[in-house]
Structures are given as structure tokens and as C-alpha cells.
Design a protein around this ligand. Structure first.
Ligand code: UD1
Length: 416
């Protein structure tokens, strides 16, 4: 349980962790890239531990020292057992890599469905276009391509991040050229392509809506520094905003932060991006954040919606949220209401009437970003906030409690 005694006043500098959503596909890429794969700036997260568990099970040798991760890619297995698949939804990104390297992959449907139904139909139909044969039985899948995969034209009906990554991984060593149209444009896609290209891949256009992949015979492991985590960065910005604080974030990619800056400016914060750092100065009282519509990149990211809702909860006036990516992504709203927030939900819309202050309360992190939103809310609430379900938070935030304590918050992690 995380216990916060608020309200807090924060000050200082934070070095932002490496991106979780970049690390997981990069670890899947290691299955494909023969020899040694070296990743720097790798965050310590339980999702990363789950991915390392999958790699070890597949027969790869993983060693970790500080933020450096070395993976010797020598897979002997093509099956990922259910307990590892169920650990996190992103384990699905191993499918394309294992299939391409081993000629087959056996997996169960992934876990982590707390954001509503999260189907994998786009992943599977794309792999079929590349020549894979998919068989399903009792919630488990066998995907085979004994004679290899062949390049194809794949038009995604929605720019799914995970499907785009899976196609890139599977198509890298396919025969011929693959074209992905309506590809996801998230920065993590470009980070994955940069690594695969360094390993000998030929991927063009990653980060844009059309990606072209010329298949190569094999990939050989290389070295890569994982990009900064834009969602961890925006979480710390929200923490500064609700507490009227000034913080400096180090090691951010300000290009990636741009789609998330509008609500900070609208609520009265002063944001100064400079090189690889970003400074935020918040006013004593926030204004409403007005209108947030989550969209695929370069739109406003769904992962940042919960922490911005914590800001809106104490911003003067009315803020409207429209969640367009996931069906069930307002669990934090219900918990924020326990702390005195005034939020009305109607399908994909949330209307937030700002209140002068939140009150500390026992609340539950129901998913990763819900947990982050509750920590942000707890920092500005009057009195004690007790957050359970912290295992979700450990999936995506490295040393969150210690980092906030170092910035001046009265926050601790206690066992119940
Ligand atoms: C990734 C991120 C997650 C982020 C999300 C959207 C990782 C590890 N996770 O998740 O943090 O919230 O992008 O930016 O990078 N869909 C289908 N069929 C499919 C695949 C997806 O209908 O085969 C739907 C999903 O149900 C969802 C939407 O497409 O409604 C977006 O999903 P997707 O972009 O695939 O997200 P993830 O890759 O799972």
C-alpha cells in the first residue's frame, strides 16, 4: 500500500526513466537478433521482469546490471507458457518475433485486460497475410510458418501499436517486401525500428503512417539506448501541477511531449522545454484543462488521460474528456470521486467539475495509469490517502515512491 500525507510541495530535478512501452518490444526483438543484444537505460519494472522471464524460458540468456541489460539470443523453445503470457498483455508482441525466428509460436491469449476487451484480431490477420497459419484451441494459439514468411501489403483498420510492432518483427526476416498502411506512429515504433535497423533490418518510414520493410536473411544483435518514458514524464508534470510546484525533468524527448502540453498551459502552468530537459512551474490554483480527446499519436495519448483527470479534478471550471482508444478507461474516475472529485461518466465521455481541494481516502489502483492518477491526486489531497493495488504501479513506474519522497512528498510504501 502507498500512503501519502498531503498536500505536498515538490521541488527539484528528476531523471525520467527509460520507456516501458519501448522496452517490451525491444526485448521481443532480441529473440530475433542473433548473438548479443545490449540495452541501456532499461527501467526496473515488473513488466520488464515478466518479459525477461519469457526470454529466459525461450532459452535466451539475460543479465542485468543497473540500467544495462544484455540478452544472448539463442532461443530453443517456441512455446510461451500461460502463466508468463497472462502476466501482461504486451507479451503478445513476442508472437511475431518467436514465429519469425523459430518457424512457429505457441501461446495463450495474453492477460492484462483491465481496460476492457483488448482483442488481438489485427495481430493475427496480419500474420496470416504474411503466410502464417493460425490455429486456436481452448484459448491457446499455434501459429506456424514452417517454410518462412513472405512480405505482404497489410492495411490496418486501426493504427494498433502492438499489431504494428508485431508485423515489423515478423516481416524483418520475411522474403520480399511488406508494406503496413495506417501503421501506428507512436515514438516507440520508431525506437523499435531504429534498433532493428541497427541489427541489419531494412525498415523505412517508422513513425509515419506507411512503413515499408524489405526482408533480410538474418538480424544480428547490437546496442541501443532506450528512449525516455513520455508517460512517466507527464505523470511527474501532473504531480507538479496539482501541488503548485516547480520541477525540472531531465532526459526527456521534448518532441514526444508536445501532444501532451496543451492541458498544462490551459490550466495555467508554465512549461519550458529546453534541449533534453523540461521545466514546469505551476500556479497555486489550477484552471480547468478544458477538452481532452484521446487519439493515436500524434494525438493526446490514452495513457496520459488518467493523470490529467487528477489535475482537472482540482482545476477551477469544467473539463471534458473523450476516451477514444479503450472502452473501459475511467476506473480512476470512480476512485477520484471517493476523494471528493466531481466527475460524471457517460460512455466514452467524462465531465469533471473542478473542486477547490480533494480529501485523502482509501482508494484502489485498478490498473497501471489509474494508480498513477491516484498518486497524483493523493499528493494534493488534504490528509492521508492510502492506495492499494500497487502491483499495477510497479508494472510501469520505476522507484515512483522514492522519487516523489526525494522531491519533498510525504509518501511511503507500507506492507499491510
Ligand atoms: C499500446 C501500449 C498501451 C497504450 C496503447 C494505445 C504498449 C506495451 N502498450 O497498447 O500502453 O495504451 O498502445 O496507445 O506499448 N485493437 C483491436 N484489435 C487488435 C489490436 C488492438 O481491436 O488486434 C484495439 C484495442 O482493443 C484498443 C485499440 O485497438 O481499443 C488500441 O490498441 P493498441 O494500439 O493495439 O494498444 P496496445 O498495443 O495493446
Amino acid at each position: 500500500m502507498i500512503v501519502i500525507d498531503g498536500p505536498a510541495s515538490l521541488s527539484g530535478e528528476i531523471t525520467v526513466q527509460g520507456a516501458k512501452n519501448s522496452t517490451l518490444p525491444l526485448l521481443a526483438a532480441a529473440v530475433l537478433c542473433r548473438g548479443e543484444n545490449i540495452f541501456h537505460n532499461c527501467p526496473h519494472l515488473s513488466d520488464v521482469d515478466t518479459a525477461l522471464g519469457i526470454l529466459t524460458h525461450l532459452g535466451c540468456c539475460c543479465s542485468q546490471k543497473d540500467g544495462d541489460l544484455v540478452i544472448r539470443s539463442d532461443p530453443t523453445q517456441s512455446e510461451i507458457p500461460p502463466q508468463l503470457m497472462h502476466g501482461m498483455r504486451s507479451s503478445i508482441v513476442f508472437l511475431g518475433a518467436v514465429l519469425a525466428r523459430m518457424g512457429e509460436a505457441k501461446i495463450c491469449f495474453p492477460g492484462g485486460c483491465e481496460l476492457g476487451p483488448r482483442p488481438i484480431d489485427l495481430h493475427l490477420s496480419a500474420l496470416e497475410k504474411l503466410g502464417a497459419v493460425v490455429q486456436e484451441s481452448r484459448g491457446c494459439l499455434t501459429v506456424q510458418a514452417p517454410h518462412g514468411l513472405s512480405g505482404a501489403y497489410i492495411a490496418l483498420s486501426f493504427p494498433s501499436v502492438g499489431a504494428t510492432e508485431n508485423i515489423m518483427l515478423a516481416a524483418c526476416t520475411a522474403q520480399g517486401t511488406t508494406v503496413i498502411s495506417n501503421a501506428a506512429r507512436e515514438p516507440e515504433i520508431a525506437d523499435l525500428a531504429a534498433y532493428l535497423n541497427r541489427c541489419g533490418g531494412r525498415i523505412y518510414g517508422a513513425g509515419e503512417g506507411c512503413i515499408i520493410i524489405d526482408g533480410v536473411e538474418k538480424l544480428t544483435g547490437s546496442e541501443h539506448r532506450i528512449m525516455p518514458d513520455r508517460i512517466a514524464a507527464v505523470t511527474y508534470m501532473a504531480a507538479a501541477a496539482v501541488t503548485g510546484s516547480s520541477l525540472t525533468l531531465l532526459d526527456v524527448d521534448n518532441g514526444h511531449m508536445m501532444p501532451m502540453l496543451a492541458p498544462f498551459e490551459e490550466s495555467g502552468c508554465m512549461v519550458r522545454p529546453h534541449g533534453h530537459s523540461l521545466n514546469i512551474m505551476a500556479p497555486p490554483h489550477l484552471r480547468a484543462v478544458k477538452h481532452i480527446r484521446t487519439m493515436p499519436y500524434p494525438g493526446f495519448p490514452t495513457d496520459a488521460q488518467p493523470v490529467i483527470m487528477s489535475m482537472a479534478a482540482v482545476g477551477e471550471g469544467t473539463s471534458i474528456f473523450v476516451e477514444n482508444i479503450f472502452e473501459n478507461r475511467y476506473s480512476h474516475a470512480e476512485e477520484l470521486c471517493r476523494m471528493g472529485a466531481r466527475i460524471k461518466l457517460e460512455g466514452k465521455v467524462a465531465v469533471v467539475e473542478g473542486v477547490p481541494a480533494l480529501q485523502g481516502a482509501p482508494v484502489q489502483a485498478r490498473d497501471l495509469r489509474c494508480g498513477a492518477a491516484l498518486v497524483v491526486a493523493g499528493l494534493c489531497a488534504q490528509g492521508r490517502t492510502q492506495i492499494t493495488g500497487t502491483r499495477h504501479i510497479r508494472r510501469g513506474y520505476e522507484h515512483l515512491v522514492q522519487t516523489l519522497a526525494d522531491l519533498g512528498a510525504r509518501i511511503q510504501e507500507v506492507s499491510r
